[in-house]
Design a protein around this ligand. Structure first.
Ligand code: NAP
Length: 488
């Protein structure tokens, strides 16, 4: 990179000069009705973006001091007269109090910025309600997904998208231009019927995360109970030993990797099921069942939760030697060995097992971190499809294989040791291996040339029972694995 390149800022300020789509908006007078938090932040941002601002308040004298001196604060009717675009920064319940202004508002653009307190709170959206009160105005829904804080701190520090909808195309374009000059990215959501959806957006609580979180919690609960029975209840019933102290750290720390490992395999299982379905029906044009569709769409969140559990497992494992119980046990073992006059306690096999176990664990966590980082939109957007697919599909599968090695080196020969079966329950790690090993086996089978070729042909549009002359691309790297097809 040349010195000149380095001198340029990575994220430069986008100049609007000479851009015909934004120039007309800058410098125009914009009105704001209301003098609350949102109105104040909006006025500051508009002034900073080069607009003339006139604020309409019921009590302008009292509120004027709250606004920048460049903004004019006056009575509502006066403010409305001075501009064609008015942001209505008052709550829906108070819209009717603006009806006296209907005559002066006629023919003007009203921007409805309001939100509700509950999803689908009213039968009609706030914007539609405003439009019904002022039929002579062009109502645009927008800016409600931007908080007063984001408006004040500027578009650099928060959500940049402003979702806009209206039945009036001209009014929508004007508001989009204003948003653009303010540094936001207007997103056209179509006509007014989308207002309800836009108003529900700020009220949604992690909609894409609900199923993955319930899945993770369900798995955690199952594995926690299983480990509790094996590590705490069994010694209490069989040997009258109190091992309750194990619950906060040891039981949790044996549960977390189980959840992380199974969740990681659940990221790749739907792709395997989708491939099976495509192979079975001999087409990619048959719709997957809804549950599989949903599962495919939630893979990112499932993967991130797997990473979260793996990271917690790493921290817990790191802290294990800090526990007092661990120190007592070490001293106890040392005293026992001294009494038994044992000098050499080095077990070569155990040493190697632990070295490999920890090493592969670190590599698996490193790969999971890479997957998590590249799934962030800003990073994912900087990758092309091949790079993204290589990291998420190929490296992700390698992470699953390495996690399997981590689990196997942890378990070692315990599955064949009778004493490890508590109440006839096998060691936990044997259970966790079931789904990941099925996924790995299926992926190996799919990589057999005869099956891989058939899958590739199906994903290129070939269908069983329909004769189409088909030539496969010579560059086999075009599709590197199952997940790279358009719909899987
Ligand atoms: P606020 O601080 O309570 O301000 C509401 C303003 O409405 C008052 O300052 C008042 O200004 C005006 N108003 C007009 N007629 C009124 C009446 N009859 N009774 C009471 N007040 C009346 O609320 P806000 O937080 O600024 O929110 C305003 C709108 O922006 C709401 O629809 C909200 O959903 C939306 N919004 C807010 C945010 C946010 O972060 N705060 C984010 C997105 C959307 P005057 O006394 O000067 O007339």
């Amino acid at each position: 990179m040349s010195g000149g390149d380095m001198a340029k800022p990575l994220l430069g300020h986008r100049s609007t000069e000479g851009d015909p789509s934004v120039t007309p908006a800058a410098g125009r007078t914009v009105g704001v009705l209301g003098s609350g938090d949102f109105a104040r932040s909006l006025a500051i941002r508009l002034v900073c973006s080069g607009f003339k601002v006139v604020v309409g308040s019921r009590n302008p004298k009292r509120k004027a001091g709250l606004f920048p001196s460049a903004a004019e604060v006056t009575f509502q009717a006066e403010a409305v007269k001075k501009t064609d675009v008015i942001f209505v920064a008052v709550f829906r319940e108070h819209y009717s109090t603006l009806c006296d202004l209907a005559d002066v508002l006629a023919g003007k653009i009203l921007v409805d910025v309001s939100n509700n307190t509950e999803i689908n709170h009213h039968k009609e959206s706030n914007a539609e309600y405003l439009a019904s009160l002022f039929p002579a105005c062009a109502v645009v829904k927008g800016f409600n997904v931007i908080s007063a804080w984001t408006l004040q701190s500027g578009a650099r520090d928060g959500n940049k998208q402003v979702l806009i909808c209206s039945n009036n195309q001209e009014a929508k374009r004007t508001v989009a231009e204003i948003a653009q000059v303010m540094g936001f990215t207007p997103v056209d959501m179509g006509c007014m019927s989308s207002a309800c959806e836009i108003e529900n957006i700020p009220l949604r609580l992690l909609p894409a995360w609900k199923i993955p979180i319930f899945l993770a919690l369900g798995l955690f609960l199952c594995f926690f109970t299983y480990n509790l029975i094996r590590q705490v209840i069994h010694p209490y019933i069989r040997e009258q030993k109190n091992k309750l102290y194990k619950i906060p750290i040891e039981v949790v720390n044996t549960t977390l990797p189980c959840v992380a490992y199974v969740m990681l395999s659940l990221v790749y299982l739907p792709g395997v099921l989708a491939a099976c379905s495509q192979l079975y029906y001999g087409t990619k044009y048959r719709r997957f069942p809804d549950w599989l569709d949903q599962w495919l769409q939630h893979r990112k969140q499932i993967g991130l939760l797997s990473f979260f559990c793996a990271a917690l497992h790493a921290v817990y494992s790191f802290c294990l030697p800090m526990r007092r119980s661990h120190r007592y046990q070490l001293i106890e073992t040392a005293v026992k060995q001294a009494l038994e006059k044992k000098m050499n306690i080095w077990v070569e096999e155990e040493v190697w097992r632990m070295e490999i176990y920890i090493s592969v664990g670190i590599i698996a966590l490193g790969l999971l971190s890479l997957l998590a980082i590249t799934s962030l939109p800003s990073i994912a957007n900087s990758l092309n499809w091949r790079e993204f697919s290589f990291i998420q599909s190929t490296l992700g599968f390698i992470a699953l294989v390495i996690s399997t090695l981590h689990t196997l080196t942890y378990g070692w020969s315990r599955a064949f040791d009778e004493n490890q079966y508590k109440f006839y329950l096998p060691p936990t790690y044997t259970l966790t291996l079931l789904v990941p090993c099925t996924v790995i086996l299926a992926k190996v089978i799919f990589s057999l040339p005869c099956i891989q070729q058939r899958l590739l042909r199906i994903r290129r549009g070939w269908e069983k029972g329909r004769y189409v002359k088909f030539v496969l691309p010579r560059a086999t790297g075009e599709y590197s694995s199952g997940e790279t097809s358009s719909n899987v």
